[in-house]
Design a protein. Structure first.
Length: 318
């Protein structure tokens, strides 16, 4: 307790000496009620002092406070000021309010200006994404896939897997750039390294087919295992089916069953269905009509409209 009182006294002295950080840290103490009685009004007053003294964190805090109070005109005012003080979250939050009209008026051009500041100046991947989307869709500016891709590339360079995936798709499909499977492969590789299962799945397909580089079915399997390790049900399903069908790798029903069961546990209706089919026909396991029926029912619990599961149960008289 004494340490908090000493901290409060230190922050008060600093704030009286026009130290913006002192005012801000003191405002946080009053906001959280740590070492002082909780006092939201005092916290707002001190945040305003910090903001007026040029501390972006103070302005951003006010934007959050007024946003929570549904006072969006004040929120956007402070978010914009935070943006000018190099707070990328301020640019993003103000941009969203202008884009969606949350503060009372829609101004897409203004939103784009804020997003570009957050991306070009402050190197924030989320602002890069939003600027890219507006250029891609031609909102608030002339449509330009070239410019959109420039922002998506930067977001990818800033380790945003979503942007890497989008650039990979652009090179795969020739959207605004020439088709280039090698470049698609590179972007899928980066997205996968950043934990994006879609990137891992797409990369595994390119590796199986030898598109954009040498074929490598072994690595394709490794990537599917990586995605399954992220507990992505579709990754486990794809891996299970790859091994079940022997798609460019030796058939392995036993190992396939492991991954299909995991897909089922992760709420993949198809995973449950194929486990049921394996039990019904004895693929990789001993035939067991009871287990087959149980997994078909699990399929329907996840997807009640699954026709194949209904038909299988009907043929089994279940």
């Amino acid at each position: 307790m004494q340490a908090q009182l000493d901290r409060k006294a230190r922050y008060e002295r600093a704030c009286l000496e026009a130290n913006a950080s002192g005012c801000f840290y003191l405002s946080r103490m009053y906001a959280d009620g740590k070492g002082v009685p909780k006092d939201p009004e005092k916290s707002v007053q001190l945040s305003k002092q910090a903001c007026d003294l040029g501390l972006g964190e103070g302005c951003l805090q006010l934007g959050l406070i007024y946003g929570d109070k549904k006072q969006q005109v004040l929120a956007v005012e402070y978010y914009e000021k935070a943006c000018t003080l190099d707070m990328s979250s301020g640019c993003l939050n103000a941009g969203v309010r202008y884009r969606d009209g949350i503060a009372g008026r829609i101004d897409i051009a203004k939103a784009l200006q804020l997003y570009k500041a957050g991306c070009d100046k402050l190197n924030d991947k989320y602002n890069c994404r939003e600027a890219g989307l507006l250029y891609r869709d031609g909102r608030g500016t002339a449509r330009s896939l070239t410019t959109a891709h420039r922002y998506f590339r930067k977001a990818c360079d800033l380790s945003y897997s979503w942007a890497c995936h989008n650039m990979a798709l652009a090179y795969s499909k020739g959207e605004g750039v020439p088709v280039n499977k090698a470049r698609a492969r590179q972007y899928h590789e980066k997205g996968c390294d950043l934990g994006d299962w879609k990137g891992c799945a797409a990369l595994s397909s390119l590796l199986y087919d030898g598109a954009g580089g040498p074929a490598d079915a072994k690595r394709g399997i490794e990537l599917q295992k990586k995605g399954c390790g992220f507990n992505e049900p579709d990754a486990c399903l794809l891996l299970g089916l790859t091994l079940r069908r022997g798609i460019r790798v030796p058939t392995n029903h036993r190992e396939s069953m492991i991954y299909l069961k995991k897909a089922c546990e992760l709420k993949s209706a198809d995973g449950c269905f194929f486990v049921g089919a394996n039990y019904q026909f004895g693929d990789g396991v001993a035939r067991d009509a009871g287990e087959a029926a149980r997994y078909y029912r699990r399929t329907l619990a996840i997807n009640p409209s699954d026709k194949d599961a209904k038909e299988a149960l009907s043929k089994m008289g279940r």
